[in-house]
Design a binder for this molecule. Structure first.
Ligand SMILES: Nc1ncnc2c1ncn2[C@@H]1O[C@H](COP(=O)(O)OP(=O)(O)OP(=O)(O)O)[C@@H](O)[C@H]1O
Length: 281
């Protein structure tokens, strides 16, 4: 294919879609936790992601933004093989965690999802007690050997998720009885309990009120010290508040990745500028 075809493609606003601009790849490769190279994602014949190259750094929060349908969630789900659960979905290219191919034949997706956990848009606690919600993964993966260790793990996970104080006297009550914001922190505790290295968050606060949102954002800032976080968000304000780098997607392509401050104050690509100034999206 000639480069002309690749570089002269124009979007519906008649803006040239160039190769990704900014800093998709980290200069210090020792800092890379997850990496994508030439990642394409298809739903049957429909291609949703085109040739994404991106490094996700250790202990950073990277925000993925872009108009509805641009493929943010699809790309996020490729990072822990959640797309495997969709029959028609096919992921190609190289996706690695600590340099290891996460789509390798001998990679168990369940074990991968313990290392690369996910928090969804709508809090989805199991219909179990608060305690059992957090204990579930640890039991499944045999992470503890006795009840006292499990008690400690449940308390530590709820504490890290900023929820323990609020629920310590009601651990045996149903998780579904908590408020929306508490349920989302319970889901974060459940994710943390299996000792992940990366946490993927798909619009984790879009179903929450501003106070619950602020609590989760503060929590993310603390979690960053121990985990790598990739978040899809519709809120540019949220991306600006919480992330160190921001990736802007458009029509399935990664258009720009830069330091968050640069993306929101001095974007390199016209499409990014159009989006952040509210000209579409
Ligand atoms: N399960 C699916 N089956 C078929 N096509 C899908 C599926 N999920 C997503 N798509 C398609 O893939 C493309 C990208 O969708 P995706 O949900 O990843 O975008 P998004 O940027 O996260 O959108 P939104 O911001 O609205 O959540 C869209 O064209 C969408 O219709």
């Amino acid at each position: 294919m000639s480069t002309d075809t690749a570089t002269k493609k124009r979007d519906e606003f008649d803006v040239e879609i160039l190769d990704t601009v900014g800093q998709p790849l980290l200069k210090d490769q020792a800092e890379v936790k997850m990496a994508a190279r030439g990642c394409d994602v298809f739903y049957a014949d429909h291609q949703a992601i085109f040739g994404v190259d991106l490094d996700i750094g250790k202990n950073e929060i990277i925000a993925m933004i872009g108009p509805s349908g641009c493929g943010k969630s699809t790309f996020l789900r490729a990072l822990n093989r959640m797309n495997d659960t969709i029959d028609i979905c096919k992921v190609t290219g190289d996706l690695t965690l600590d340099g290891q191919d996460i789509y390798a034949k001998d990679q168990d997706p369940v074990l991968l999802r313990a290392r690369v956990g996910m928090v969804f848009q709508k809090p989805n606690p199991f219909p179990k007690s608060i305690y059992d919600n957090v204990a579930y993964g640890a039991r499944l993966h045999g992470l503890v050997t006795n009840k006292s260790e499990l008690d400690d793990l449940v308390e530590a996970s709820l504490t890290k998720a900023g929820l323990f104080k609020e629920v310590k006297d009601s651990l045996l009550k149903p998780g579904t009885g908590l408020s929306g914001g508490q349920q989302q922190r319970l889901c974060i505790a459940r994710t943390i309990a299996v000792d992940p290295e990366v946490i993927l968050m798909d619009e984790p606060t879009s179903a929450l009120d501003p106070i619950a949102t602020a609590i989760i954002e503060e929590l993310m800032d603390e979690l960053r010290h121990n985990y790598t976080i990739a978040i899809v968000t519709h809120s540019m304000q949220q991306a600006a508040r919480i992330s160190q780098r921001t990736a802007y997607f458009h029509l399935g392509k990664l258009v720009e990745v830069n330091a968050t401050n640069t993306v929101f104050t001095n974007p390199e690509h016209k499409l990014t500028e159009n989006y952040i100034t509210g000209r579409f999206g």
